[in-house]
Ligand binder design. Structure first.
Ligand code: UGA
Length: 477
C-alpha cells in the first residue's frame, strides 16, 4: 500500500443517511476539514438539522454541529445533486434485521440505484453501514446494471466502530481506521479523507476534541480487501458480544458457588491477552447493533457453509440472562400483583437515550404483564420509552430516582447511568417501603449496600439479605 505523504487537501463528501453513524460521520468529516453534505429523505429531520437541532442525545454533537453548520456542513434531501457534486459518497443508511435474521439491504440498494443516475466523472462509493460480506460486490454490480462504466467509480468498505454515548470521540480518536478496497485510486481518496487523523495533524489543533490519540500517537490504518473489511466489522461486534455472554455465564457459575464475579472479572481482565473491557456482567447486551449483527453474521457463516454455533450460544446466554434477572425479582418479591417497583433506567446502556433492544424495556414490560406497577426514571430515555411502553395506570414515570422510589416495594437498576452509581443511599432507603435493591448492572459493592441496610441482589455475587427477603435468598447468603 502506498502511504500518503502529500499535504492535506479537503475532499467534497456526501454522507447518505443521518442516523447515528451518518450524522456523526458527517459532522466529524467537517470537523477534520472537509466539505460535507449529509442527505436524508426525512424532510422534517433535515429541516431540524438545518436549524442546528440534533435528533439524538450524543455528547459533543450539538457543539460540532454549531461549529460547522453553514460552513463545511450542509443538509439536504436531494441525493442526486449532493452525489453529483461530491467526490466520495458514504452510504450510512440503516440495515435493519429482516424476518429471517439477515440484514435488510434494500435501503442500501435504493441509494445505490439513485446514485447511479447522478454519476458524472469519477466517484468513490464507500460502505459505512454495517453490511454482510460481499455487499461491496453487490454495490458494484448494481451500478453496472444501471449502465455506469466500471472506470468511473470504485467501491470501498470503511466500517465504523463508534459506540453510542461516546460516538464523536470514538470517531475522532479511533482504535483503528479500516479501509477495504483493491483500488489504489479509492485508497488514495480515503487516505486524503482521513489524513488529519492518520497524520496526527488534527490532534495538534487547539480546538481539537481530546481523546486517546495525539499527534505522536495517531490511529493506525488497516488496509485490506473489501471482504476482509466487511468481516472485520461483523467479527468485532460478534467478539465483543461473546465476551459479554462469556462473563455472564461465568457470573451464573459464580452465583452457584458463592464466588464474586467482580473479583473474577478483575482477575481475568488483568491478563493482557484478555483485557479488562467488556467484562461487565449484567442484564446482557442490547442496542441496535449487537443483537442484529450477531444474527446477521451467523447467517453469513451459514450461507458460506461454516458452522458457527458459538454465535448462537452467545445469543442464548444473552436472552437467558434477562430471564434470570426477572426471576431474581420474583424470588425477592414473591408475587407481583399489587407491588410497586421503581425502575432505574430504560435506555439500553448509560449515556444514551436509545431504547432499541433495551433489556430494561423488556424487564419493565414483563413486570407490567405480571401485574406490578412500575415507576421508571431515566435521565434521557423517558420520551422515547413512552412510545413503546403501554399507556396504563400501572406505568408511570418519575423525574428523579427518589421520586420513582417513593413508597416502592423494591428498586431495580436496569441501566448503567453514572448517576445511579452515586445515589444518596440513606435518602433512597427512606423513600422505599422495603429496602430491597435488585441491581442488574452491579453498580454497588455488596458491602456498601449491606452497610446501608439494604437487601441487595446483584449479578454473580453473594446476596446481602435480611428477613425482608424470601427463604430462597436467605439460604443463598
Ligand atoms: C457497539 C460497539 O461497541 C461499537 O464498537 C460498534 O461500532 C457499534 O456497536 C455499532 O456496530 O454501531 P453500542 O451498541 O453503542 O456499540 O454499545 P456498547 O457500548 O458496545 O454496548 C452494547 C451493549 O452491551 C449494551 O447493552 C451494554 O450495556 C452491554 N455491555 C457492554 C455489557 O453488558 N457489558 C459490558 O462489559 C459492555
Amino acid at each position: 500500500m502506498k502511504l500518503l505523504t502529500s499535504p492535506f487537501t479537503p475532499v467534497s463528501i456526501c454522507v447518505v443517511g443521518s442516523g447515528y453513524v451518518g450524522l456523526v460521520a458527517a459532522v466529524c468529516f467537517a470537523e477534520i476539514g472537509h466539505h460535507v453534505v449529509c442527505v436524508d429523505n426525512d424532510e422534517a429531520k433535515v429541516e431540524s438539522l438545518r436549524a442546528g437541532k440534533t435528533p439524538i442525545f450524543e455528547k459533543h454533537l450539538s457543539e460540532l454541529l454549531a461549529r460547522h453548520l453553514g460552513r463545511g456542513l450542509a443538509f439536504t434531501t436531494d441525493l442526486r445533486t449532493a452525489a453529483a457534486e461530491s467526490e466520495a459518497i458514504f452510504i450510512a443508511v440503516g440495515t435493519p434485521q429482516s424476518d429471517t435474521g439477515a440484514a435488510d439491504l434494500s435501503y442500501v440498494e435504493a441509494v445505490v440505484s439513485e446514485i447511479a443516475s447522478s454519476i458524472c466523472g469519477y466517484k468513490l462509493i464507500v460502505e459505512k453501514s454495517t453490511v454482510p460480506v460481499y455487499t461491496n460486490e453487490w454495490i458494484r454490480r448494481v451500478l453496472q446494471r444501471y449502465g455506469v462504466s466500471s472506470s468511473s467509480f470504485d467501491v470501498a468498505s470503511n466500517p465504523e466502530f463508534l459506540r453510542e454515548g461516546t460516538a464523536i470521540v470514538d470517531f475522532l480518536h479511533p482504535d483503528r481506521i479500516v479501509i477495504g478496497t483493491s483500488s489504489e485510486r479509492a485508497m488514495d481518496v480515503l487516505q486524503r479523507i482521513y489524513h488529519p487523523l492518520i497524520s496526527g495533524s488534527y490532534y495538534a489543533l487547539p480546538a481539537a476534541l481530546r481523546g486517546s490519540c495525539n499527534r505522536n500517537s495517531p490511529p493506525p490504518l488497516v488496509a485490506t480487501s473489501a471482504q476482509s473489511a466487511e468481516i472485520i466489522k461483523h467479527a468485532s461486534n460478534a467478539f465483543l458480544a461473546l465476551k459479554i455472554s462469556f462473563i455472564n455465564a461465568v457470573a451464573n457459575l459464580a452465583e452457584a458457588v458463592d464466588a464474586d464475579i467482580e473479583d473474577i472479572a478483575a482477575g481475568i481482565g488483568l491478563d493482557s491477552r484478555i483485557g479488562p473491557r467488556f467484562l461487565r456482567a449484567g442484564l446482557g447486551y442490547g442496542g441496535s447493533c449487537f443483537p442484529k449483527d450477531l444474527s446477521a453474521f451467523h447467517l453469513v457463516a451459514q450461507e458460506q457453509g461454516v458452522d458457527f454455533q458459538l454465535l448462537q450460544e452467545a445469543r442464548k446466554i444473552n436472552s437467558a440472562q434477562r430471564d434470570r434477572f426477572y426471576n431474581k425479582i420474583l424470588s425477592a418479591l414473591w408475587t407481583l400483583r399489587g407491588k410497586r417497583i421503581a425502575a432505574l433506567g430504560l435506555a439500553f446502556k448509560g449515556d444514551t437515550d436509545d431504547i432499541r433492544e433495551s433489556p430494561a424495556i423488556d424487564i419493565v414490560r414483563r413486570l407490567l404483564d405480571g401485574g406490578a406497577s412500575v415507576c421508571a426514571y431515566d435521565p434521557a430515555a423517558i420520551d422515547r420509552s413512552r412510545s413503546v411502553l403501554p399507556e396504563s395506570p400501572q406505568m408511570s414515570y418519575a423525574r428523579s430516582t427518589y421520586e420513582a422510589a417513593e413508597d416502592a416495594d423494591a428498586v431495580i437498576i436496569l441501566t448503567d447511568w453514572k448517576e445511579f452509581a452515586a445515589l444518596n443511599l440513606a435518602r433512597l432507603k427512606a423513600c422505599l417501603r422495603f429496602p430491597i435493591v435488585i441491581d442488574g448492572r452491579n453498580l454497588y459493592s455488596v458491602q456498601t449496600m449491606c452497610d446501608a441496610g439494604f437487601d441487595y441482589i446483584s449479578i454473580g455475587r453473594p446476596i446481602a439479605a435480611s428477613a425482608n427477603l424470601g427463604h430462597a435468598e436467605q439460604i443463598a447468603v
